[in-house]
Design a protein around this ligand. Structure first.
Ligand code: UDP
Ligand code: MG
Length: 311
């Protein structure tokens, strides 16, 4: 019998879990030809998520939970899940019921047909502010045009991954994780299914604009060097103009002499070049910061307990 794992990262989901669990039970009961495993990762929740998980584990042995020592973020929580699931395939699903569990039937069907990565594609983005939609569209455009593989838009973490994909993802231990890019990077046979994303059923989304912005920078810096390339090109063009302008000033001085003038030009040049230098330094800094984090070689997450036992 093939085994299917469901991975659910949870951060402050005490209200969502009692709604999600019955849905998952319905799903598991309607697919009796598979062995099931639920893998909840408690990502350092500040509410009673852990207690809820312990209760579920008490009444249902299919429930497993990894309890992280603090909040490491969804990306790290998912990695903890990848390391602990034992299924022949794994479905990643959000705890807030924004991802309809019903879709998993179709995913399994496609998996049985030989696809390794069946990902759910949102038809609409649900209730989201105009600004957030715009920004995320721009972000995907930048990423898309600057990397050699497709990072898909309107595709999240809701997907089924075959064991071969799980093993590939487990090898990628980088600390600034951008898993959405990794799914594309590892390749394998992919298939999309469309779904209508619902609204969060309980609790509230843990993302704010600041986090989304830093997530976007992570996405770009971990998958492309194009910003570095751009700063090189801009630097090159600016120096070229500066050089031409230098010749012009020099010849002008030779012909017409040099009455003290040109204060505005000076100020403009200083500000302009200073700005570009700071920008380029900032870009380089973003990458160096990541190199620094990577060289520390810290684990991506720390487990407090797995199914109630210390690891
Ligand atoms: N999540 C997590 N760690 C975090 C933030 C979120 O494990 O630090 C989980 C959260 O419990 C949920 C999923 O990631 O199951 C998606 O989070 P959320 O619904 O807040 O994000 P959104 O749907 O707004 O993108
Ligand atoms: Mg959500």
């Amino acid at each position: 019998m093939k085994k299917i794992s469901i991975l659910i990262p949870c951060y402050n989901e005490e209200q969502s879990l009692p709604l999600l669990y019955p849905e998952l039970v319905k799903l598991m009961d309607s697919e009796p030809n598979y062995e099931w495993e639920l893998m909840f990762v408690n990502d350092g929740s500040r509410d009673n998520t852990l207690t809820v998980l312990q209760q579920l584990r008490g009444q249902d042995q299919r429930v497993n939970y990894v309890d992280l020592s603090r909040n490491f973020g969804k990306e790290a929580a998912m990695l903890a899940g990848f390391d602990h699931v034992t299924g022949d395939c794994m479905v990643i699903i959000d705890a807030d019921l924004q991802h309809p569990p019903k879709l998993i039937h179709d995913m399994i069907h496609l998996w049985e047909q030989g696809y390794d990565d069946v990902y759910a594609k949102r038809k609409t983005r649900g209730k989201e502010s105009w600004l957030r939609k715009r920004l995320s569209l721009q972000f995907y455009k930048i990423l898309q045009s600057s990397s050699r593989f497709d990072v898909l838009q309107n595709v999240g973490d809701f997907r089924l991954l075959d064991r071969c994909c799980i093993n590939a993802l487990k090898q990628m231990r980088e600390s600034e994780r951008y898993t959405k890019g990794m799914y594309s990077w590892i390749g394998f046979r992919k298939k999309d299914i469309e779904f209508e994303q619902g609204d969060r059923q309980a609790g509230k989304s843990s993302w704010n604009y600041k986090q989304l912005f830093s997530f976007a920078i992570d996405g770009i810096t971990s998958f492309t060097n194009v910003p570095l390339r751009i700063s090189t090109i801009v630097g090159f063009i600016v120096s070229l103009f500066a050089f031409l302008y230098m010749i012009y000033v020099f010849i002008k001085a030779l012909i017409y002499g040099d009455p003290v003038q040109g204060y505005p030009t000076l100020v403009i040049l200083i500000l302009f070049l200073g700005g570009i230098q700071l920008l380029s330094l900032g870009i380089i800094g973003e990458y160096i910061g990541r190199i620094y984090n990577e060289t520390k070689n810290r684990p991506d997450y720390i487990v407090r307990e797995f199914n109630g036992k210390k690891e």
